[in-house]
Write a protein that binds this ligand. Sequence first.
Ligand code: ADP
Ligand code: MG
Length: 263
Amino acid sequence: MQQALAATEAPILQIRALHKWFGDLHVLRGIDLDVQPGDRIAILGASGSGKSTFLRCLNFMELPSEGEISLKARPIGRPSGQGSARQRSYAQAELCEVRKSVGMVFQQFNLFPHMSVLANVMEGLLTVLRQPREEARRRALLQLEKVGLADKATAFPAQLSGGQQQRVAIARALAMEPEVLLFDEPTSSLDPELVGEVLGVIRGLAEEGRTMLLVTHELGFAYHYANKILFLADGQIHEAGTPDQVLKHPQKERTQRFIERFT
Ligand code: ADP
Ligand code: MG
């Protein structure tokens, strides 16, 4: 029954034949993926395999070189060019809309150092969503409460631990009420004792049924909280499946070798 329901639900994100070149460097080499509402997709892969570029293409911080991304059945960008030169062109206003729907949390937090925690979380609400200051403040405080940092609202990023800074970054992403959350190695620059508090916040979001894609090397976390695992190699999805399939019974040798390194 549940499967029948899931099958009729439109994907939030539909990615088809996605390619990305940086000059001559062919980084993404044809990625196809449907992201269903409530999916928690963990993305694994060696350094340089294209994980960050893939996430960045999903909220158009990087523009795809080729292929199509649809957000709730709406293709992003207009087709331009024909035949082998088939491409899409992107309008700024449209990209701005997409970035509201697809939030991103970075490895390095990327908070504004000269702004208080509260101002960091309010910033997008004021400048992108153009909310009145009081409403932005209310929403920002709500999100800070959610990540357990309401008492740090007036602090500056440098006064916080790395784990706290990352929780602020998550609150900032959540404040925009995105439909999809992208996490790019959110715990990779944290001291080991701070990883747990950030994974705890992400776990809470997973349990709420949020749709998320998470690049991580925390295989234990991925095993328990993801419903799908992708192993990226050379800019392609080398192996994909459930956590049991990919992490416990990988079919491909390269996946096996990668997983052995982390367990
Ligand atoms: P990962 O996140 O899996 O480590 P990345 O997506 O960051 O991989 O990078 C994939 C490849 O693309 C690497 O070779 C990297 O050097 C290259 N790359 C990433 N971003 C850029 C860029 N803006 N310009 C040129 N090359 C880039
Ligand atoms: Mg990366």
